[in-house]
Design a protein around this ligand. Sequence first.
Ligand code: URA
Length: 190
Amino acid sequence: MIQTWKELETECKSCRKCGLCETRNNVVFGVGKKDAEVLFIGEGPGEKEDLQGEPFVGRAGQLLDKMLAAVDLSRENNIYIANIVKCRPPKNRDPLPEEQEACINWLRNQVMLMRPKIIVALGRIAAMQIIKPDIKITKEHGIFFERKNVLMMATLHPAALLRNPNQKPAAFEDFIKLRDKINEICERTY
Ligand code: URA
């Protein structure tokens, strides 16, 4: 494991562990407070993220920022946001299992340095990778699971909410549960 954020970011940005390095414009390492108590994890960069080098800057990202703001969270102030894979899968397809495997140690190293108290998985791919492989996100979103002393919750992916706006109230309830849990166990977030 790499011991400093600076070295980790430099190494990650020159990664060639899988084929996605051939088509990327930027490695999307992550954004936010590196000492945050709450970490959000998405699936992988889309087109805008690949071009700008920052996670969740497209339409889904704008919706995410709005939902975060509703519970007084923001990438500027009190959370960190990263993805399972750091490079854009072509045409926004799901990242392949071997691409996730090749990339996951970068995220593990980020988690090791950050030591978050709560991790929120955005969508099915992140939830399967970090909570459990057989998670049913439609049934199990909003539930906290404990893994190695860290609480983990899945919520619906903001891109899915753009496709199905009728699911927005359910996702909003997850954010309220998150706010309550932060109030219960975090000391520096609010
Ligand atoms: N969707 C994701 O899962 N991650 C991003 O960074 C952008 C869109």
